[in-house]
Design a protein around this ligand. Structure first.
Ligand code: COA
Length: 334
């Protein structure tokens, strides 16, 4: 008997109501709407005023369960990608499990920054393919506003808060579901993108707080260069090794860090801009949530349809990066 294929059977997302526009940011740091839009593609982002990442993840998981029409206690496993866990421990997966009352699920968190959703998705897919579980929820959620310095114009313009989730279940069509993946790490990238304080290297003290080590640090220019090459290369590689061309791809679903990185990736794949999911203008970079957010919004609007071939691609801190080839299996939105 052939092994089951991991297939995505539902999507869902959750964004907080509060909008932080470029114009709002221009009132608190030395920046302007035009600079932010032309350098990044971002116009506004969402901010969670009360609550934590588990609230974003639980909101997404509730939407997902509703879309799939199943109850929380049918879920076997919850895998959460995040760099903004509610706390070091317990894991955000445990907190979401309690909030949605997924009584029969166990769970754990995955840390791979902006590539976190892809790392979590592929980890979860193994449990479907080896026959261990029948229903897994993969959540990408980040409350980036919790680790953003709103006096630093280099970073505060980039990030937003959101949660999104997909459901994985076994399928028997070898040509549908998660077909291939490429995942990579290069730890030499640590110096250009990190949050230094609060961990075992620099436990939180007055001094670490005074030095703002509990906020994101990014050398944007250095990250930009490697992100363009990294994301473009793995996206091109995955279609080539599956004997596809840009013409065979219905959608590129890129991590939303910067519109210029997204454009470069589409160019490298020979893909028309009309086939690229882009919502960075509305949400900014929501780290682990960007890719499942796109999937959920494009499915909901009826543009992402069963049978379509899509490439998910991400690049993030670590460095971490990767691409995943999927034939879409969610029933079309009503
Ligand atoms: N408003 C106005 N000016 C700003 C600004 C802002 N918000 N932020 C920076 N600037 C200024 C800089 O101070 C600099 O001024 P100077 O030339 O006088 O020193 C100038 O604009 C250019 O800054 P630079 O950092 O070179 O801009 P950039 O074109 O590289 O864009 C990023 C900055 C962060 C948008 C871009 O580098 C980026 O997207 N990097 C990658 C992000 C990413 O992919 N992360 C990966 C995973 S999360």
């Amino acid at each position: 008997m052939s092994k089951p294929r991991a297939t995505i059977t539902a999507v869902g997302h959750y964004v907080p109501d509060k909008v932080l526009s470029n114009h709002d940011l221009a009132k608190i740091v030395d920046t302007n709407d035009e600079w932010i839009r032309t350098r990044t593609g971002i116009s506004e982002r969402r901010i969670l005023e009360h609550g934590a990442t588990s609230d974003l993840g639980a909101g997404a998981m509730k939407a997902l369960l509703k879309n799939r029409g199943v109850s929380a206690d049918t879920v076997d496993l919850i895998v959460v990608a995040t760099v903004t866990p509610d706390m070091f421990f317990p894991s955000t997966a445990c907190l979401i499990q309690e909030k949605v009352q997924a009584k029969h699920a166990w769970g754990f968190d995955v840390s791979a920054a902006c590539s976190g959703f892809l790392f979590a998705l592929i980890t979860a897919a193994q449990f479907i393919e080896n026959g261990s579980y029948k229903r897994i929820v993969v959540v990408g959620a980040d409350k980036m506003s919790a680790i953003t310095d709103y006096t630093d114009r280099n970073t505060c313009i980039l990030f937003g808060d959101a949660g999104a989730a997909v459901m994985l279940e076994p399928g028997d069509d070898p040509h549908a579901g998660i077909l291939d993946h490429i995942l990579r790490c290069d730890g030499s990238g640590e110096k250009t993108l990190h949050m230094l304080g609060g961990g075992s290297l620099n436990p939180a003290t007055r001094d670490t707080v005074d030095q703002k080590m509990h906020y994101i640090y990014q050398d944007g220019k250095s990250v930009f260069k490697v992100a363009v090459v990294g994301m473009a290369d793995v996206s091109a590689e995955i279609i080539e090794r599956n004997h596809l061309t840009g013409k065979d791809v219905d959608w590129l679903v890129p991590h939303q860090a910067n519109l210029r990185i997204i454009d470069a990736t589409a160019d490298r794949m020979g893909l028309d801009k009309s086939k690229v999911m882009i919502n960075i203008n509305k949400y900014g970079n929501t780290t682990a949530a960007t890719i499942p957010m796109c999937l959920s919004e494009w499915w909901q609007s009826g543009q992402l349809r069963k049978g379509q071939t899509i490439v998910l691609a991400a690049f993030g801190a670590g460095y971490t990066w990767g691409s995943v080839l999927v034939r879409w299996t969610v029933e079309n939105a009503a």
